[in-house]
Write a protein that binds this ligand. Sequence first.
Ligand SMILES: Cc1cc2nc3c(=O)[nH]c(=O)nc-3n(C[C@H](O)[C@H](O)[C@H](O)COP(=O)(O)OP(=O)(O)OC[C@H]3O[C@@H](n4cnc5c(N)ncnc54)[C@H](O)[C@@H]3O)c2cc1C
Length: 446
Amino acid sequence: MSLDATLERKLLWSHDEGYERARRAAVWNGRKPDRRPAGIVLAEDAADVAAAVRLAEERGLRVSVRAGGHSYSAAGVREGALLVDVSRLRDIGIDTRTRTAVVGPGVHGGDLDRALEPHGLFFPTGHCPTVAVGGFLLGGGLGWNWRSYGPGCVLVQAVDVVTADGRLVRADASHNRDLYWAARGAGPGFFGVVTAFHLRVQPRPAVIKATLHAYPLAVRGELLHWLHGIRHEIAPVTDQACYVTQEANHSPDAPTALSLAIVFADSERAADEALAPFADCPVGAEAIWRRDGVAVQNVRDLPNDLYPEGHRYAQDNIMSSSPAAELVPALDGALLSLPTPRSHLNLMNLAGTPELPDMAFSLLGETLIELYSVWEDPARDAEMQAWVTGHARRLDPVAMGSQLSGESMASRGFGPEAFFSAAALSRLDVLRGHWDPDGRFVSFLL
Ligand SMILES: Cc1cc2nc3c(=O)[nH]c(=O)nc-3n(C[C@H](O)[C@H](O)[C@H](O)COP(=O)(O)OP(=O)(O)OC[C@H]3O[C@@H](n4cnc5c(N)ncnc54)[C@H](O)[C@@H]3O)c2cc1C
């Protein structure tokens, strides 16, 4: 049987009915790229993925992949490529005895959490429940409880991969070790299609508690210096961030700095101890409102209206390990010019995360600074992108790299160097030459 026939009903060429719907659905962002893949394969299992890769070889097409479609750069949608859509690969198998889970790349983080919860298990999924594990884990993935685990990909113990020659192989610490190394952090630079992730799942924390204090932007200098000063002392079980936005606050005319800490603890007492330092913030008297030590049954249920679907988004980020005296003033330009009420800056504390094992994900600073513009009117696309790109560039003097999960290489005009250690990037290039000698997979969107 021909490959086209094997994939019948799952293959859409660009002239087919349903193609444009599938092309647009491949991207979560309300802002869709103009790029048009030659065809789209709506894969349902690993056999479809293998058939798609062989079809691409037969037709001389390159291959791109999408899982949950959350890439801000829409890296999966590529001009003239065959797009392998793995969003329907959504099986979840949990083995409570070995504390492992085998998870399809299209599984959303929220669905994985929902499946693990009845077994008292946990995985550090992305903060937005619709982010799929596919792109999240390939790019590293800083999810819930990031300061305890570091990137989620450290908990990947094996991957099933369709390689450029259309074979389905297992890669782990003993088989195809270099492919396993690359699958933990190469992101859109990966040279294969992951059809399943084998995850080391964790005991579910007994207590999850959060504290949220809101401050007027006028006190940002004092607040950010204080938070920076205590970044290493904050207990590793605490996810700590400062989120600056005009939305979600009680002063609609001006942005607010939301200081947020979520603790994943073994007991109430440990949770309260971890949250105690935030009550001592010297800027406390200025707080507009505060919530101390609120129990959060499931982090996936935290209000998620900061990223409403259908809106248009531009994102860029830098990681910094600079001292507060350099970092805090450098943020002012962006903090004082947020272009829409929903636009925001997010400063995540990465200090004290565990040392990274040897894998493609190889760069982690002390603070991750994410810049987001969020808008609805397509006429503002260029202006909103320019705000993000311009302010990310202005932060270059305090940057030691960027995080691949939020990559915007094409709009910032740089290559993958900012996302990997030099040694990891050069190993990745060598491995790509070995596993994908004909350049079947599209790699980074530059
Ligand atoms: C609202 C929102 C919230 C987010 N929150 C977080 C967060 O908390 N932490 C974090 O680290 N990141 C976060 N991100 C970034 C997100 O992790 C990345 O964009 C990630 O790539 C999304 O995965 P995806 O499968 O949904 O996206 P996709 O766009 O489908 O995938 C991105 C790229 O990954 C590759 N890829 C995906 N699946 C496969 C596969 N099976 N085989 C081979 N290659 C594949 C492709 O190159 C693809 O272009 C968030 C993004 C959004 C939009």
